[in-house]
Design a protein around this ligand. Structure first.
Ligand SMILES: [Zn+2]
Length: 345
């Protein structure tokens, strides 16, 4: 597997023209920008752990095997996020605790990764820094090219003062704050279709009029209690493709017309799938594909750049899970190559 190394994500945050819809036709000969770092995978985490950490490598291998990432071009690889980026969205105390391995036991329990020794703590911190920087790089590439996908990200349970639910740093929140600090964006829309509510993200932007948070999730699933997003769509258990897609169309059509985001972050979690161990919905692979196509086509027809993150997905079948996570990259690549597909959604 080859990688296209970027010496620093910072180098991509210079003065660049804001995305214009005409860029689509000029970019279509280039491959869709896809971001990956080998450290997304956690070789130190047991295969019996509830979080299937080896899925990131499986996803990357699927993308190469399917030709979405060529041996020649490789992945875009982020440099680990510096502490200063993390502290734009999280409390300095929490960032220091993660990076120095001094998290209180109660917070480590809320996060859910083994942090009971120094090596495990360092691995979790490094992985969090890489995944977060990956979303910053994905967003930067989306602003430049109109569309880009990470192979991790969507840690939406992490809030200002601590992580939770397998989420260490809220990568989307950090990316928004980094891009705002660099004057690359003012506003952003977060469309979160992971089966769990994006409670950390909702809390972080609750008082921020520039950031619109939308979460469509299974009502009876974690977290309890829910936070309040700008728009929450709570779904009943066992909802299948047709009803889900109809509800999604309705949600997209009712987004307030005043929302004209400089960028969209799309959390394409695959845990609404019927076979997911932690989800409560009953979508199929085809349902997920149509879901992703609906979201991307809605954004593209409005001329909104989209940064995709993969969100949650839980299965013991790691190869199958990696393939399921690749659906968003497949759909994005198809629209990247043929933008006309976006108007068909
Ligand atoms: Zn989830």
């Amino acid at each position: 597997m080859n990688f296209l190394f970027c010496p620093s994500t910072l180098c991509l945050l210079g003065q660049q023209k804001k995305f214009e819809i005409s860029v689509w036709s000029m970019q279509k000969r280039l491959p869709l920008p896809i971001v990956h770092h080998p450290a997304y995978d956690a070789a130190d985490l047991s295969d019996t752990h509830r979080f299937p950490m080896r899925k990131f490598r499986a996803l990357a291998e699927t993308l190469v095997a399917d030709g979405l990432v060529s041996a020649k071009d490789g992945f875009h690889v982020p440099a680990p996020a510096p502490e200063s980026w993390l502290a734009l969205a999280h409390s300095r105390i929490y960032v220091d605790q993660v990076l120095n391995g001094t998290l209180p036991a109660s917070v480590a329990r809320d996060i859910g990764f083994p942090l009971d020794n120094a090596a495990a703590g360092r691995a979790v911190a490094f992985r969090g820094r890489c995944a977060t920087a990956g979303t910053v790089l994905t967003a930067t590439l989306a602003l430049e090219h109109g569309l880009a996908c990470n192979t991790a990200g969507g840690s939406h349970h992490a809030r200002y003062e601590q992580g939770a639910g397998f989420c260490v740093f809220n990568d989307v929140a950090v990316a928004i704050r980094v891009l705002q600090a660099d004057h690359r964006i003012g506003s952003a829309l977060i469309i979160d279709l992971d089966v769990h509510q994006g409670d950390g993200t909702a809390l972080m932007f609750a008082d921020d009029d520039e950031i619109t948070t939308v979460s469509m999730h299974a009502e009876r699933n974690y977290p309890h209690p829910k936070a309040q997003s700008d728009m929450d769509v709570a779904l009943p258990d066992a909802m299948e493709d047709a009803a889900y897609l109809a509800r999604l169309r309705q949600m997209l059509e009712t987004l307030p017309s005043r929302i004209q985001p400089d960028i969209v972050f799309y959390n394409a979690g695959v845990d609404p799938h019927a076979d997911d161990r932690l989800g409560r919905l009953s979508l199929t692979d085809e349902g997920l594909r149509q879901r992703d196509a609906l979201v991307l086509s809605h954004c593209m027809t409005h001329g909104w750049p989209v940064a995709c993150v993969i969100g949650g997905g839980y299965s013991r079948d790691i190869e199958g899970l990696g393939r399921r996570h690749s659906i968003i990259h497949q759909v994005a690549s198809e629209m990247w190559v043929n933008p006309a597909l976006s108007s068909a959604g």
